[in-house]
Design a protein around this ligand. Structure first.
Ligand SMILES: C[S@@+](CC[C@H](N)C(=O)[O-])C[C@H]1O[C@@H](n2cnc3c(N)ncnc32)[C@H](O)[C@@H]1O
Ligand code: SF4
Length: 456
C-alpha cells in the first residue's frame, strides 16, 4: 500500500487548507440569503420563467433516512416508519401543483431526487409523484433523471421500480469501505453491499452510476483511503465524487458523536485527497472540477471537454438550464432573478403548501456585481481558470474592477500555485485543491456572515 507519493506539504499550503471557505455550489452563498425574497417575489420570478418558455430543471428533496450517519451534513432526519414520509409526499404534491400553476406546462430537461435518502420513498409514492410531474410538466423524452440512493436500502426490485419510472442515473453513498472508520462514523456498509447495489442497478438497466467517497473521517488513514478508492474504482462507476469531511458541529450537533480526537489534521487531509485523486486518475478517470471524476465518455467529461461544465447545488453538472426549481423542505430554487429557499422547518413547509402558499422564507435577488462574480467563481471551479477581461466585458465592466480581489491572491502567486495577470487568473494543475480559496478572493461577501468548513 501507499505506492503513490504523498504531495509536498508546503507549510503555507497546510495553513491555507485550514481556512474556512464556502463550497461555492452557489454565489452568493447561502449565508447571504435573507427575508428580502418573499413568496410574492418568488411567485413573480416563477411567472417570468413560465412566460420565457425555456426548459427548466427540477430538484426534489427527500429529507429522511432510516438512521443518521454521524458525519452527515445534509438536511435530513431519521424516521423508522413510513407515515411521516407519506405525509411529506402529500406536501410535495401540493407544492408541485402550486409551482405548475405559475410555470405552466414547461419542459423539464433534468430531474434530480436528493436528500436524505430518496429510496426511502414507498414505491407507490415514487410512482405517484412521477405521474403527477408527467401530467403537470412536459418531461423531455431524453430527460436526465437522477437519484441519490443509500446502497444499504436498495433491493433488486427497488432498482427495477426506479428504472420502470425512467431513472437514468443513480448516485450511491459509499464514503469508506474501512470497517474501523465505518464503526466510527456510524455507517456499516461492507463492500458486498455496495457491489450488490451496482449489480441491482445494472441488471435493471441503470448503467450510469456515481459513487461518493469521503476523506478526512475519524480513524481514516492513507492506506484506508487508497484501499477504498481502489476497490470502488474496480466496480467501474461512471463517476466518482470525493468529498472532504466537512466538520460543522455548530450546524449538525450529531457530528459530536464521532471521536473528535481521531479526526485527521489538515496535512493528513491533503495527503488523503491527493491519494484518492491519484488512485482514481490511475484507474482512468478524468478530473472534473474540485471533487468529481468521470470516465471519458460520461456526459460530465464531455461537458468539460466542450467548455459546458456547470456548477449548481448538486455539485458539477452538464445541466445548462437557467432555472432550477427546488421542491420540498429546505430546497433552493435558482431563477434568472435570484435564489429562493424553502423553509427548513418541515411542519411549517407542510402548512404553507397546504394553505396554497409558496413555502419560501429567504433568498437573494441578484444584482449586477453578483452576476459578474458568480461567473468568475463558476469559471474558476469548473475550469481552474478565469478570463477576467472577457467575463467583465460580458457584464459591461473591465478587468480593472477586480484589482482589490487580485491582491488577495498574493500568497498563492508567490508560492507559484496561481498564475495571475490583470486580465486572467489560472490555478496551476498541481494545485487544483486550492480552487475554493482562489474563488474566495472574488467573493464580495466573505467574512460578513456564516461559518464554513476547512478549504481542503
Ligand atoms: C444525500 S447523501 C447520498 C445518498 C444517501 N443518503 C447515502 O448516504 O448513501 C449525499 C452525500 O453527501 C456527502 N456528505 C454527507 N455529509 C457530509 C459531510 N459532513 N462532509 C462532506 N460530505 C458529506 C456524502 O458523501 C453523501 O454520500
Ligand atoms: S449520509 Fe446519506 S444516509 Fe447518511 S444521514 Fe446523510 S443523507 Fe442520510
Amino acid at each position: 500500500m501507499n505506492t503513490l507519493p504523498p504531495p509536498d506539504l508546503h507549510p503555507t499550503l497546510v495553513e491555507l487548507a485550514r481556512r474556512p471557505v464556502p463550497r461555492y455550489t452557489s454565489y452568493p452563498t447561502a449565508p447571504q440569503f435573507s427575508a428580502e425574497v418573499t413568496p410574492a417575489r418568488h411567485a413573480a420570478w416563477l411567472d417570468e420563467v413560465g412566460q420565457a418558455g425555456q426548459a427548466i430543471s427540477l430538484y426534489l428533496h427527500v429529507p429522511f433516512c432510516r438512521a443518521l450517519c454521524h458525519y452527515c451534513g445534509c438536511a435530513t432526519q431519521a424516521v423508522r416508519r413510513d407515515a411521516p414520509v407519506r405525509t411529506y409526499v402529500e406536501g410535495l404534491h401540493q407544492e408541485i401543483a402550486l409551482l405548475a400553476a405559475r410555470l405552466g406546462r414547461v419542459e423539464v430537461a433534468h430531474l434530480h431526487w436528493g436528500g436524505g435518502t430518496p429510496n426511502i420513498l414507498p414505491p407507490d409514492c415514487f410512482a405517484g409523484l412521477m405521474e403527477d410531474l408527467a401530467q403537470r410538466f412536459r418531461l423531455r423524452p431524453d430527460m436526465e433523471h437522477a437519484i441519490e440512493l443509500d446502497p444499504r436500502h436498495l433491493t433488486a426490485e427497488g432498482a427495477r421500480h426506479l428504472a420502470a419510472h425512467g431513472v437514468t442515473r443513480a448516485s450511491l453513498g459509499v464514503q469508506t469501505l474501512d470497517p474501523l472508520v465505518q464503526e466510527a462514523i456510524g455507517r456499516v456498509q461492507p463492500l458486498a453491499v455496495v457491489r450488490a447495489a451496482f449489480d441491482h442497478l445494472r441488471d435493471a438497466g441503470i448503467a450510469a452510476i456515481n459513487a461518493d467517497l469521503m476523506y478526512g473521517l475519524p480513524r481514516q488513514t492513507l492506506d484506508a483511503v487508497e484501499a477504498t478508492a481502489t476497490a470502488l474504482a474496480a466496480l467501474e462507476p461512471s463517476r466518482l465524487a470525493i468529498f472532504g469531511y466537512a466538520h460543522v458541529p455548530w450546524m449538525r450537533p450529531h457530528q459530536g458523536l464521532m471521536p473528535q480526537a481521531a479526526l485527521p489534521d489538515a496535512a493528513e487531509r491533503l495527503r488523503q485527497a491527493a491519494m484518492a485523486r491519484a488512485v482514481i486518475e490511475d484507474a482512468g478517470y478524468r478530473e472534473i472540477g474540485i471533487d468529481h471524476f468521470a470516465r471519458a465518455d460520461d456526459p460530465l467529461a464531455l461537458a468539460q471537454a466542450s467548455g459546458h461544465l456547470r456548477r449548481n447545488f448538486q455539485g458539477y453538472t452538464d445541466d445548462d438550464a437557467t432555472t432550477l426549481i427546488g421542491i420540498g423542505a429546505t430546497a433552493i430554487s435558482r431563477t434568472p432573478r435570484g435564489f429562493a429557499q424553502n423553509t427548513a422547518d418541515t411542519p411549517a413547509w407542510r402548512r404553507a403548501v397546504a394553505a396554497g402558499q409558496l413555502p419560501v422564507v429567504r433568498g437573494k435577488a441578484f444584482d449586477g456585481d453578483d452576476r459578474l462574480r458568480a461567473e468568475v467563481i463558476e469559471s474558476l471551479l469548473c475550469t481552474f481558470d478565469a478570463d477576467l477581461a472577457a467575463i467583465a466585458g460580458r457584464h459591461g465592466a473591465t478587468a480593472a474592477c477586480f484589482a482589490d480581489d487580485l491582491v488577495r491572491l498574493d500568497p498563492l502567486v508567490a508560492a507559484g500555485w496561481v498564475a495571475r495577470t490583470e486580465a486572467r487568473v489560472t490555478i496551476r494543475s498541481h494545485r487544483h485543491e486550492l480552487a475554493r480559496l482562489v474563488a474566495a478572493a472574488f467573493d464580495a461577501y466573505l467574512g460578513q456572515q456564516g461559518r464554513h468548513a476547512a478549504a481542503v
